[in-house]
Ligand binder design. Sequence first.
Ligand SMILES: Nc1nc2c(ncn2[C@@H]2O[C@H](COP(=O)(O)OP(=O)(O)OP(=O)(O)O)[C@@H](O)[C@H]2O)c(=O)[nH]1
Ligand SMILES: [Mg+2]
Length: 416
Amino acid sequence: MFSFFKKKPPAATPEPASTTPPQEDAAPTGALGWLKSQLGLAPAPAETPETTTPPPAAPAVAPTPVVAVPVAAPPLPPPPAAAPLVPPPPLAPPAPAAAPVVAAPAPAAQAEEGGTAERSGWMQRLRGGLRKTGGSIAAVFSDARIDDALYDELEDALLMADTGIKATQHLLDDLRRRVKERRSTEPTAVKALLADAIADLLKPLEKPLVIGQHTPTVIMVAGVNGAGKTTSIGKLTKHLADAKATVLLAAADTFRAAAREQLGVWADRNLVEIIGQQGGDPAAVSFDAVTAGKARGKDVVLVDTAGRLPTQLHLMQELQKIKRVVQKADNSAPHEVLLVIDGNTGQNALAQVRAFDDALGLTGLIVTKLDGTAKGGVLAAIAQERPIPVYFIGVGEKLEDLETFNAREFAQALLG
Ligand SMILES: Nc1nc2c(ncn2[C@@H]2O[C@H](COP(=O)(O)OP(=O)(O)OP(=O)(O)O)[C@@H](O)[C@H]2O)c(=O)[nH]1
Ligand SMILES: [Mg+2]
């Protein structure tokens, strides 16, 4: 279901790069020096941050209808085995250039039946990552009787899987209702009903990332240290570039040289441009990237930010500043604010979602490292308490290990 809707804007001349980053009034000291000095120099051109490649010629501006551009294998229908990135037929009929882009829901997953080799391989890794949870839930259904003891055991297993009290209670109530309705008595049938209940709970999280409604689509990526932000951006860049979307990377993690280099490796690998400024102000770098993205007609600008804990208030304020300054470069941006969460974080992931959402207004999540020792239930807790779409899940460090989230598949993987 990995669908992007990509739409070029109607014939419009890209705006030239702004030469003067805006005044940022919220934090007028220290790291803001770059912005302030540029204001002082106006109308002289702003200092150009380093880029790895020169700006290309002006982009084509012919209006193009909405086109679905998948960047990974959709669960149904099975994609060609060797070409997971080949666009399937558009999910929506071509729309007039001015029509709003609407994201269609993903098709129902039936990964178990007739999936491609890649898809089932990917499911295996997800299932392998969640095997502890799968094992303990499967053990509950090894009993022949459906009684209160089974529900008690199931409650324990769900809580152990990081599902949280509210989501666990919801699932148990929902399961009891389904069992009653169907008059199920077989443990396997009840387990299947639990899969249905989990899939229904997770369904609101299943939403494709949409690009093409804005040029560029500006995607800001945040999260705690080491969650997998840069790696996920790298994988996503590759997918986008393969799908012929033009991408510009913003190395807004300016504290560590290694962070800029790490993103630079992905930029080189994918032959995309990167804007960075060692030791510079992350908001200024982001501003420059969005301005350059507009001037160069890029489809997507991905802003990589430094890791931070939600308790580090000054660093959370810095993120808010990046968001505000990006908005000054393009008043409709950022179009997406993504939080990357490490799937092994357990219930703390929910706390991170709440804190980053309160600070930034999240539009989507990427859940990484579901190939390790993750329990996975936290997605149910997120769905119950802060249902923010999960655009992608990561099940490894390799390129192909980033996939779209599918509620049904995830529910099946969770139950082993
Ligand atoms: N197993 C596994 N490892 C992952 C996954 N995603 C990222 N990693 C690894 O996690 C580590 C941290 O990833 P980064 O992308 O550098 O994380 P980050 O959030 O950018 O880190 P900071 O910028 O330092 O905050 C790296 O070793 C990645 O290879 C995943 O889905 N599975
Ligand atoms: Mg990083």
